[in-house]
Design a protein around this ligand. Sequence first.
Ligand SMILES: CC(C)(COP(=O)(O)OP(=O)(O)OC[C@H]1O[C@@H](n2cnc3c(N)ncnc32)[C@H](O)[C@@H]1O)[C@@H](O)C(=O)NCCC(=O)NCCS
Ligand SMILES: Nc1ncnc2c1ncn2[C@@H]1O[C@H](COP(=O)(O)OP(=O)(O)OP(=O)(O)O)[C@@H](O)[C@H]1O
Length: 215
Amino acid sequence: MSDGPLTDSTPVSSTPIIGVIGPPCSGKSTVARHLESLGGVWLNADEIAKSQLSEPDVIHELKSLFGDSIQMADGSLSRSRLADLVFGDDESSHTRLRQLEGVLHPRTRTILQSEIAKAKSDRRPFVILDVPLLLESDYRETCDEVWCLQVDPDRHQELLASRGWDAEELERRNARQWSWERKRLASTRVIPNNGTEEELRRLVESELASTLQSR
Ligand SMILES: CC(C)(COP(=O)(O)OP(=O)(O)OC[C@H]1O[C@@H](n2cnc3c(N)ncnc32)[C@H](O)[C@@H]1O)[C@@H](O)C(=O)NCCC(=O)NCCS
Ligand SMILES: Nc1ncnc2c1ncn2[C@@H]1O[C@H](COP(=O)(O)OP(=O)(O)OP(=O)(O)O)[C@@H](O)[C@H]1O
């Protein structure tokens, strides 16, 4: 492990951007959280997209697209109702997912780009770009490295269970993403996550050291 995060001597251009991708519920956020504890700036696209769902103009636009039933009594949008509308395997679900992405992705991209620019100007040691659809949304060229989580099927079932997801929930989301093989081919490192969190943390530290030393 290098002697700690890079200091202020980090030239602006050298803030490396590490993309983290992998199947749903495979450990991306766990990896990103540990990288953040090692000095990185964690940019979480899922959380940014979720935050947009409480913006009044987004609520208005999505209600006009999908109807009032997506809004709950407290005025917020129901993510589970939205998931049921967009993650089906019929053509109308595909259309609705494209409509939802059309509302959320441009906003998410603007925020991500602004946060990346800030991290560079602040000469932060590195940025973690935690974007499930990183490749599908053309962020590959933004990254200096892309780490792809790998999880064995049995282990994946355990992680899914800890989230309360069944195989069907995983499949309906997987079906709307690139295959794991295609993601691996576009990645610079594969991060197996088939052991304990401590083993994952140790692997993350050694891969980060390798990434920073190769700069
Ligand atoms: C439909 C929504 C409201 C469901 O919310 P929910 O809390 O159930 O899921 P959450 O947002 O935490 O996503 C969990 C996982 O689902 C998968 N997923 C989410 N959106 C998509 C999508 N558009 N295409 C494929 N997979 C997706 C990802 O693996 C993600 O990590 C939400 O997924 C959403 O708004 N998706 C559209 C915006 C988007 O594309 N987000 C991904 C950021 S790259
Ligand atoms: N090595 C591990 N040992 C035990 N639990 C783990 C391990 N890795 C991840 N988990 C747990 O599995 C669940 C999914 O992990 P995480 O949220 O990091 O996945 P994710 O890929 O970010 O999910 P999403 O697709 O929703 O973004 C979490 O409850 C997390 O605590």
